[in-house]
Design a protein around this ligand. Sequence first.
Ligand SMILES: Nc1ncnc2c1ncn2[C@@H]1O[C@H](COP(=O)(O)OP(=O)(O)OP(=O)(O)O)[C@@H](O)[C@H]1O
Ligand SMILES: [Mg+2]
Length: 471
Amino acid sequence: MAMTPTTERWPAANGLASIEEAVGAFSLLRDFFEGAIIVDAQTRITWMDKRYRELLKLAPTFDPIGLPVEDVIPHSLLRRVVETGRPILLDIMNFDDRQFVVCRIPLKDSSGAVEGAIGFVFYDNVDYLAPMLDKFEALQKQLTRAQAALTRERQTKYSLSSFVGQSEAVRELKAMVRRFALRDGAALILGETGTGKELLAHAIHQQSDRADGPFVAVNMAAVPEALLEAEFFGVTPGAYTGADRKARQGKFELAHGGTLFLDEIGDMPLGIQAKFLRVLQEGEIEALGSNTVKKIDVRIIAATSQDLEAKIADKSFRADLYYRVAVLTVHVPPLRERREDMALLCETLLEQTMRAADQRGWVLTPQAVSLLQAHSWPGNVRELRNVLERAAALAPSEVMDAAVIARALPPGVARSGGPLQGLATAVADTERQAILDALEATGGQKSAAALRLGVSRSQFYEKLRRYNIAL
Ligand SMILES: Nc1ncnc2c1ncn2[C@@H]1O[C@H](COP(=O)(O)OP(=O)(O)OP(=O)(O)O)[C@@H](O)[C@H]1O
Ligand SMILES: [Mg+2]
């Protein structure tokens, strides 16, 4: 249904009887614009001037008339103008590496109904546009610089070098991670809470051939069981009552060509484990409510602080899934097993801790370091970061001495001669109360309470048993 440009009649828009007339009315402007285009109410091109064709480098034999505007100008906003009936008076569009000012106006009939739209592209070298284009260019440069800095920041944040430590244990760990990164097998990262498992998962991805591909994380403890399946495999529109009307891609699909990080894999519900295993075996997925399958190429990296072998023994984790994800296993040593890294680690963490007063860094006295080394660090590096942040808030000057650190450490701990039994009881009481409070706040919903407390479902159930809280 291609129409020829010269004979196409424009529907009596704004009282203009024809294209010639429409353009004629703009002839005064002609010297100022570089090209012009008109679309109809369906946003199909009904006219385009010769200079615009040249600007777009359209082949002389190519006839754009009758085509949806986006087929010819992919980023066109004329559809928005037609749909809203409102002009976009000033915008900037790139053609090749040149920037042009564009102006788009709806065309309406006498009753005000939108019949189409007209777009102008203005010269980029006219004096009256120069100030704005200069400003735009300067902002664009700033943006590019900021984006590059952000990318660098992200890369260093997650690279292996950001895992601080020079102890033998850390050196071995890093050598192993480098080796594992180059192989493409599934990797399982084991270690206590706060040891840097997530950081290492990013580092493995960064060092691997998949570094340019996506890194997609799913935290098994944070997603309610009922939603996990949709989260992994995606949803087809209307798959179940209340499902999004739009299709939603699953994390498996989003991770295609890259890495899928299964955080807290020990919390993966058994039902999902079976489905998950099938996907790993078959290398393809089927979205909820769809009959089509898609090939999937992802590398699995999983992490947990739980004892998976014990979970296999009590049948809450499938052995076959375990063998699939534990092809390469990394053990991350807890902080108390690498106390020689303490000073270096503190230095790095303190560099990331702002000082309000001036820009000079913090000074940690040797006694303060010794005190930190003596602590047992159940929360590992995350706990250390918290303690240092607390110390930073307490310290009267830039010098952090043992007294400041002693105050920043969790109550009772590391204060020599402190009654240990008393501390254990105090901690237990506080924990029990926190659980009761969370249950009250969530109306007794255990998953929600666990989420609120930031612990996994299984950790939460374990605590309920330990504190004899019956529901
Ligand atoms: N070796 C390290 N060097 C520097 N920072 C570290 C190191 N290990 C951990 N961290 C920091 O400690 C915090 C906790 O690390 P991360 O989230 O990777 O731990 P995790 O093992 O996944 O913990 P969890 O089991 O609680 O999820 C993060 O802020 C991380 O940047
Ligand atoms: Mg983690």
